[in-house]
Design a protein around this ligand. Sequence first.
Ligand SMILES: Nc1ncnc2c1ncn2[C@@H]1O[C@H](COP(=O)(O)OP(=O)(O)O)[C@@H](O)[C@H]1O
Ligand SMILES: [Mg+2]
Length: 494
Amino acid sequence: MRISNPPQAKDLMATARSFGNYDLAAALADLIDNSIKAKASRVDITFEPEDSDVVVRIRDDGTGMDFETLVIAMRPASANPQDARESDDLGRFGWGLKSASLSQARVLTVVTWCGGIINAARWDIDNIDDWSMEVLEGTEAKSLLAKPQASKSGTEVIWTRSDRVLDREVGLSFDDSLTFAIAHASQRLSLVFHRYLAGETDRRLTISVNGRRLRPIDPFMTAHNATQTLDAEVIKTANGSVISIQPYVLPHFSKLTVEEQERLGGPEGMVRNQGFYVYRNKRLIIFGTWFRLVPHGELSQLTRVRVDLPNTVDTEWRITLDKSDAQLPEALKRRLQEVVKRFNRRSFSVHRKKGVSLDLPEVQSVWLRYVKNGQIRYRVNRDHPMVASLLDMDSLFGKADAVLRLLESYFPMDKFLADANEARVNQCPTSTEEFESLVHQCVLNFLQGSDGEFEVDEFLKFLRDVEPFSSQWTYTESYVRKNTAKKWGMKNGL
Ligand SMILES: Nc1ncnc2c1ncn2[C@@H]1O[C@H](COP(=O)(O)OP(=O)(O)O)[C@@H](O)[C@H]1O
Ligand SMILES: [Mg+2]
């Protein structure tokens, strides 16, 4: 026997408020996704305070919907997430319009027009009775618009009783909270849709918020002539989808104007926002994370990697309902890790050139020990400053790297083990001169990259975390201090 057991309409819709993890910006972004899919070239967002409420309108000039489409669009779970989508479709679950809107407001009204006909439909979560939905036609529907339609077709999504738009806990007045919320959401949308706003897509998109047009925020500063574009990579997944990876190294802070720094979130934001920038159909879904492939902060703060996903990899990446998150498939982890290692060297050298210490959490050792599949392998640390500078110098030919690999691969292991058993091995520098010449080489490297400026304290800070100086610190420090003036012919802080 089977019995019908549908959910209670009002309970399910109340739950839908917390599907995904929408904040205001993410909710707006999800609606803009729909507008893009509907071929809109403009999206105008307005916030109108009304008593203690705020009415939010998101209007586009897209294709609009006829009555049947509107009814389906308003239906919870209006599509099957497993269905294949057009390659430019930013939707997935058939929930976006509903759950994004209800995450911010208790009432969702959609007014839509095309072919001279206008319709509207509404869900009010305090007034849902057995899935019956309010619909309005013609002049009634039109009266819901604050301004008459300006395009042949289009859609206006209206949020009322917007109880979650404002974060009132911060102790600000209503007006201040609203201003704050709008500024924050605008900033986020400028970033999330920057490639659309900049016209990198088939159709340029214009987004305005309360009449102010959003300018794109390019997290890679590609227009800046000090931005380094590193080699791009392409990864093919099992189902034939193509993922492209494009690393960038941002200009050093000192090369940016205050305004440029601010647009990137200020110096603090630049650190926090290092990492991968993952785009799905050119729309930014996640940013500022290394997916735990590398500890945060260990890599250069200036490295950002653009990862472009088509919407055909949604299931592998486990795109979440609010599209604010995705998880890295295991198979791709290793490839990305290799990519990160390689370009990080470049980014590191940008810092070094300015003579700025990276404040690495750990010492940069000469050798690294890897354990993989139960096997142990020693590798020369490509990020060690001396090694990195050699590799940088030789990055065109790759000879230095080939030599390192040669040394690593053909280490005389058998002889070494036999000797080590008899405790006859001593690899330490045999004389202080040898050690001093190492420091000297480091000074030269440091000078080369520092535009002729030499700060003894900066240099020492830099050496502090580098093997072998870190382990022989007292000696290193006194040696450097004694010699900066004399032997190396420079005054303190020259
Ligand atoms: N602004 C819009 N213009 C035209 N059609 C829209 C608009 N917003 C939503 N729709 C329609 O509503 C459907 C459901 O949207 P949504 O709930 O966001 O789910 P999804 O985007 O996953 O399909 C869309 O597939 C589209 O047909
Ligand atoms: Mg959608």
